[in-house]
Design a binder for this molecule. Structure first.
Ligand code: HEM
Length: 253
């Protein structure tokens, strides 16, 4: 009964002039209208309008890709909130961390939510990769999406690493000193890579600014762009891989 009333409300809203001016798909719960809603929406059109029932079950993907995406969304939201309290300058960055701890209400919760979501994302992205590999979903025609996935994995790791310097405490300082020294061991261009990373020869204010811009702008935008391609490719590769012996499992959609 309650469900029916809620459904009626949704249908009424969809029939309204405002809704119709934004979303062009027709009203009424027909399969055609449902397909149009996905196909004509700028974000949803990345996904397939149809899916095999089997690939929606938990056992196929363990929802690991979706969970990885979920942690990324939490990270973007909490990251934007953290930016409201953080200055990427020396020594203010460290003072801002202390303010989050002792002055900002729910500051510790916000910071920890960001931190733990970052750890979870790294774990989940590896788990998702292993699950895809175990199912054999990396094989043609999905090999390009596997490559996009590998880049996403690397970007996720670099996001974690660049975020590590931002608290500007002893742990971050020495982690980045060690990391940039490792980078300088690359044959021939090692010293140049280190210089490019730090914006100089030492871990100082220039390095903090570089890591901040990478962490808060360049890498998140790159991740969003790559995730959009990743989702769109699932549609183009004929939907999620349903497993061996399913008709059309290896067809391009
Ligand atoms: C930010 C990181 C990533 C996000 C948000 C993400 C998200 C997703 C989602 C939501 C799916 C669909 C369902 C599922 O499998 O759960 C998927 C499928 C897929 N992902 Fe990822 N993924 C990421 C990283 C990776 C990595 C690291 C790889 C491999 C190196 C990868 C390879 C694939 C492949 C090949 C598919 C298609 C699987 C199939 O057809 O069954 N992804 N991804």
């Amino acid at each position: 009964m309650v469900l029916r009333t809620a459904e009626n409300y949704v249908e009424q809203m969809r029939a309204s002039k405002v809704w119709q001016s934004i979303f062009r798909s027709g009203t009424g719960v027909t399969n055609l209208n449902r397909a149009l809603r996905i196909q004509q929406n700028v974000f949803l059109h990345l996904f397939s309008v149809k899916a095999r029932r089997k690939v929606l079950s938990f056992s196929v993907t363990w929802y690991l890709g979706a969970l990885t995406f979920g942690t990324f969304v939490i990270l973007v939201i909490t990251g934007i909130l953290l930016m409201l309290y953080y200055h990427p300058s020396v020594p203010q960055a460290y003072a801002d961390m202390k303010d989050l701890q002792f002055v900002v209400s729910s500051g510790v919760f916000l910071r920890n939510l960001h931190r733990w979501s970052a750890h979870a994302m790294v774990l989940l992205v590896f788990a998702h990769m292993f699950k895809v590999f175990y199912r054999g979903a990396y094989r043609p025609p999905r090999e390009f999406n596997w490559v996009i996935g590998v880049i996403l994995l690397l970007v996720t790791l670099v996001l974690s690493y660049t975020g590590y310097l931002l608290p500007w405490d002893q742990l971050s300082y020495w982690a980045v000193t060690v990391g940039s020294n490792i980078a300088s061991a690359v044959p021939l261009i090692g010293a140049k890579i280190r210089f490019l990373m730090l914006g100089g020869n030492q871990v100082n204010a220039n390095a903090l600014l570089r890591f901040y811009v990478l962490h808060c702008m360049i890498l998140p935008l790159a991740t969003i762009f790559l995730i959009a391609i990743h989702f769109w490719r699932i549609r183009k590769d004929g939907g999620l891989y349903p497993g061996e012996g399913i008709k059309g499992a290896n067809q391009n959609g």
